[in-house]
Design a protein. Sequence first.
Lengths: 262, 216
Amino acid sequence: MTYVLTGDEKPLSGIGAFRAKVTTLDPRMRIVMTAVYAVVVVSLSNLWVLSAALGLSMWLLAYSGLPPRKTLKRMAMMDSFIIFMLVLLPFTIPGTPVFSVWGLEASWEGLRRAAEIALTANAVILAVMTLVGSMEPVTMGHALFALKTPERLVHLMMFTIRYIDVLREEYQRLRTSMKLRGFRPGTNWHTYRSYGYLVGMMLVRAIERSERILAAMKCRGFSGRIILLEDFRLGRSDLLFAAALTAALAALIWAEAIYAAS
Amino acid sequence: MLLLDLNNIHFAYPGLDPVLEGVSMQLNAGERLSIVGPNGAGKSTLLKIIMGLIAPASGTVAAFGKPCSSEADFHEMRRRVGFVFQDADDQLFCPTVAEDVAFGPLNLGKSKQEALAIVDAVLSRLGLMHLRDRVTHKLSGGEKRLVTLATVLAMEPDVLILDEPTNALDPSNYARLTEILKGLDQAILLVSHDPEFRAQVAPKEYHLKDRELVRV
């Protein structure tokens, strides 16, 4: 059934819409290896080793066949979340001063820590984007289920994928009808009240819809379990990929140990 | 053979006036009935009672000769009664059409291979094979309607219950739906406001008026 979800017509847009080489690998293996990768990289602390880890992530990106520019742009977007912390770190961690801005002294230790966090974060996020982010959300749900993630969580995720659009459309319809009756948002009670009604109506409709969906599922013999159609197979290329990545991670740990000892 | 047998059904939503008072109806094998009535007369409520989604205050529902009272009874009967909902978005909840059509057969205990075979058989019978791998929420209204019919037919029901199936269909999908329904051998219970559609699909009528069901 994999071809249903990863065939030419990509069900859900996003980065998965590109025909990436990495999508041929077993999604379960990709999720597990990403978790292992993240744990290993987070536990590294030497800057050289971390740079090597980022290099490894770059190699994953090159291997995955995802469009590099677009992926790196996304990675940079994540950086904007941590940039303030990175900028402030040198000034907040005490240590040997390097330079000063308006009387505030930046420390070597802080600078080092900032570089460490930046490298770690980027290496991990890039690996997550190439290995897991290239997956259809639906495939990911199925893979998580195959990895024994609690059924309820997987179903919650699948229903979210399916109905988020319906809810969005409902919201848009309500907004349009408000607009057509001359509603202009402003800073006044009328606006607040109207938005309150809008949100309340969305909630009521969502609850009612969920009840109707459950009824429809019951009518088709639903008894508490959704049987998923997808079967995953761990092939030779999957094992090879996992072995290669494990070897690379082992090398990183070894390098870290060497630097720590010296 | 008596497929559905409703006897003296009474029902009221909590805190509101009664919707149904002493409703009885029978559906025989191969029979095609439609229920007509003004908005809010309780047609959809009646269908929900038949499917066991809500319980009547009094009265009995029997399907295929067996009385249905507990959820377990209705679970059995729902395997043989297909219900097409008014809003297709309520019914299509799987990401892709194939998965949605397979949902029912899988619930009936079919293996994945069998379910996939049924998916292909039903979709090609309805001429919907081109929609097989499409995402359900991106289908057009007419396509959604036809796919909901496929999801129900995949369970090979003995009875088909349709709640306003022609809502918002364009003429070509309307004609297609009529053609498909006319070609089925299932017994049909139809709720529709469209006289022409009723005449074609289920000419025998019940009127739901003043909380009672009257054979026309």
